[in-house]
Design a protein around this ligand. Structure first.
Ligand code: GDP
Ligand code: MG
Length: 314
């Protein structure tokens, strides 16, 4: 387990390394320009904006950082620690937990987000984790829009040893969601994971379908879905923020999954997304493999972002 943790932290650190390299240069400039002057703070703020943290968060972080006192003997790591703490202060209140086995049964989870964001992959990783912990899991292939999407999900379900329910291409996704919810309830499943389409004929069509799915699920269980996970791809940078807006306004999101943090210099976008969203960040994706999904750890993420060993705090 320790190895696995080192592994994903390493991938997170490598993924964010382009961002953190820029930070490191900036930190070096701060160190040579002590005492910290306004030009350095401004340059730091600019760099944070370039790393996709956005102007608002960048301004707050730079301001918090500016309050730090660095002595002549401060090392680069101490400066980075201060920066990581300023980022973490933004993120810690926005950190949530995904605990499907602690809730009611069946615990119904809906995965939403645009095509390619990582919904199906994230669902598959979660299914494998849950069956590995002994849970009885049902997967519903609610992306009935593309035949390939059903196949892809079936592979994940088989690998996880989870049950699978699907419909022919083009079938009504809400009808499938209803049947799946009934099956999960009647057959004693612990968790129902429902995939959805990321694109239909148009955006309104997609939002209508998602709200309809939620409506019919509530006919089976008025408290469901217990979790609506919005899956966002970090590599699209500030576009992730726009997507959060669209989905967040149309559908009641309860948690965010930020994927592809293993391969991007734009991982900083997690900060403005966290600030803008009504729902917390719960999980992060750091690769395509089954083990590459982790609980969101605000401190570890902040440390990786500035190029520090992510796990050193614990
Ligand atoms: N590197 C990396 N790739 C990912 C991650 N999550 C998903 N992917 C890849 O992104 C692509 C789209 O994922 P998919 O789950 O099909 O997205 P969907 O359209 O939202 O269902 C696939 O090639 C996945 O393997 C991640 O955390 N890191
Ligand atoms: Mg998919």
């Amino acid at each position: 387990m320790a190895d696995a943790k080192t592994g994903w932290l390493k991938r997170l650190g490598e993924g964010l390394s382009r961002t953190s390299r820029q930070m490191t240069d900036q930190v070096a400039a701060v160190l040579t320009a002590r005492p910290l002057d306004q030009d350095q703070i401004d340059a730091l703020e600019e760099m944070l904006i370039e790393a996709d943290l956005g102007p608002a968060a960048a301004g707050r972080i730079a301001a918090a950082f500016a309050l730090q006192r660095f002595g002549k003997s401060s090392s680069a790591d101490e400066v980075k620690e201060a920066l990581a703490q300023a980022v973490a202060a933004e993120l810690i209140p926005r950190q949530g937990r995904f605990t499907p086995l602690a809730g009611p049964r069946p615990f119904i989870v809906l995965f939403i987000g645009v095509n390619g964001s990582g919904k199906t992959t994230t669902l598959g990783k979660i299914a494998a984790d849950l069956t590995g912990r002994g849970a009885k899991v049902l997967i519903a292939a609610g992306d009935t829009f593309r035949a390939a999407a059903v196949e892809q999900l079936k592979v994940w379900a088989d690998r996880a040893g989870a049950s699978f329910i699907s419909r022919p291409n083009g079938a009504d996704a809400a009808g499938l969601a209803f049947d799946a919810a009934e099956k999960a309830r009647d057959e004693g499943y612990d968790v129902l994971l429902i995939d959805t389409a990321g694109r239909l004929q148009n955006k309104q069509g997609l939002m209508d379908e998602l709200t309809k799915m939620i409506r019919v699920i509530r006919k089976v269980d008025p408290d469901a879905p217990h979790e609506v996970l919005l899956v966002l791809d970090a590599t699209v940078g500030r576009n992730a923020l726009a997507q959060e807006n669209v989905f967040g306004n149309a559908v009641g999101v309860t948690g965010i999954v930020m994927t592809k943090l293993d391969g991007t210099a734009r991982g900083g976008v997690l900060v403005p997304v966290a600030a803008a969203s009504d729902s917390p960040i719960k999980l992060i994706g750091v690769g395509e493999d089954v083990n590459d999904l982790q609980d969101f750890d605000a401190r570890a993420f902040s440390r990786s972002l500035v190029g520090l060993e992510a796990g050193a705090h614990d």
